[in-house]
Design a binder for this molecule. Structure first.
Ligand code: PLP
Length: 351
């Protein structure tokens, strides 16, 4: 007999394929990360913390919430820092739901939402994205019941890159006033689409964001939640006082001070590399989903063979099946040089 709750025992762990990802050996296009090292001022700030004689102290967060608020264009009382955005997603779902409540998670989507829903014992409602129709807005609205406690809007969605307009998100928020509308803006810097300026209209919207994907800091974990101050205060009751480590705070503070360096990388990815890859795929007649993010979900005829061919040339991408079980390859877009190399290898591997 287990000491744990039955539904926890019945779950399986979320285990992304992280092992063996050597950044020297491989071009890592499999986790939607920044594909090059972090900018120098961040590295210097981290060395500074090691040498500061403060490692034996608990972390203190100073004015990091103010710095992030300034970057996000909201008040400091509208920000809560988290240990990566996974932590924010977990805290929101945990705080809003009880066993048996409903959560709407349009799929296919990022695994953490369903993982959190499972460990809270929630009933999942999963309308599907389509390549043509995008996020199923009307189906989501018609699925709302008096048991719905969370509606997920992954914006843009992983793996398909689909974006939902701020107007549609506000429409969903108004249709489900008793639910938390969890808007995951993990890839905000790439999409530039946000509802951060619409929080006053819909107090049930909670945005999660991260310094993992654009800023290159997934290893040290800093995310944040944006919402109206009352929601932030409630979530702060649940978050631990030391959940975020000092390295993350120091690195992000340094990164925000030289944000132009990071935003130059975003510009290269979105304005140079992505159009190159899209044009190549269109020219070769390979289907992919329209994406507002730094990745494309690509459906070649022979995905297994293409994945192996890329791996042989030291490029990693991520296989992801669609709702019909058809396998696609999610390809992270990096620098122009990396993208030209990817196109070169794909050009030889595609039939
Ligand atoms: C849509 C989405 N949300 C959240 C995350 C998690 O990011 P973090 O590193 O901030 O926990 C990911 C990571 O892949 C993601 O794709």
């Amino acid at each position: 007999m287990s000491i744990f709750k039955d539904h926890i025992d019945a779950m399986s762990a979320y285990k992304p394929p992280l092992e063996g990802r050597d950044p020297v050996e491989y071009t890592l296009l499999d986790f939607n990360e920044r594909t090059i090292e972090v900018v120098e001022p961040i590295r210097e700030a981290l060395h500074g913390l090691i040498d500061s004689g403060r490692l034996h102290m608990y972390p203190s967060y100073g004015d990091i919430a103010e710095q992030i608020a300034d970057y996000a264009g909201v008040g400091a009382d509208q920000v809560m820092i988290t240990n990566g955005s996974d932590h924010g997603i977990d805290l929101i779902i945990r705080s809003a739901c009880q066993v048996g409540d409903e959560i709407i998670i349009p799929g296919p989507s990022f695994a953490m939402y369903s993982q959190c829903a499972k460990f809270e014992g929630l009933h999942m409602v999963e309308p599907q994205y389509t390549r043509e129709g995008g996020y199923p807005v009307d189906e989501v609205i018609s699925s709302v019941t008096d048991k719905t406690r969370v509606v997920v809007v992954s914006n843009p969605n992983n793996p398909c890159g689909t974006i939902v307009s701020p107007d549609d998100i506000v429409r969903i928020a108004k249709a489900a006033p008793g639910a938390a509308i969890l808007v995951d803006e993990c890839y905000f810097e790439y999409s530039q689409v946000t509802v951060a300026d619409r929080l006053h209209e819909s107090p049930n919207i909670l945005i999660t964001r991260t310094f993992s994907k654009t800023w290159g800091l997934p290893s040290i974990r800093l995310g944040y939640v944006l919402s109206v101050a009352d929601n932030i205060n409630a979530l702060l009751n649940v978050r631990g006082p030391y959940d975020i480590n000092q390295f993350a705070v120091v690195a992000v503070s340094a990164g925000l001070k030289c944000r132009d360096l990071t935003l130059a990388y975003v510009k290269e990815v979105m304005e140079v590399s992505k159009p190159l890859l899209e044009a190549f795929l269109e020219q070769r007649g390979v289907e992919f989903w329209p994406s507002a993010a730094n990745y494309l979900w690509v459906f070649p005829q022979n995905p297994e063979a293409i994945e192996l061919a890329l791996r042989d040339e030291k490029i990693l991408v991520r296989p992801k099946a669609n709702a019909e079980g058809q396998l696609g390859l999610r390809m992270t877009i990096g620098t122009e040089e990396q993208t030209r190399h990817l196109i070169d290898v794909l050009g030889r591997a595609l039939p």
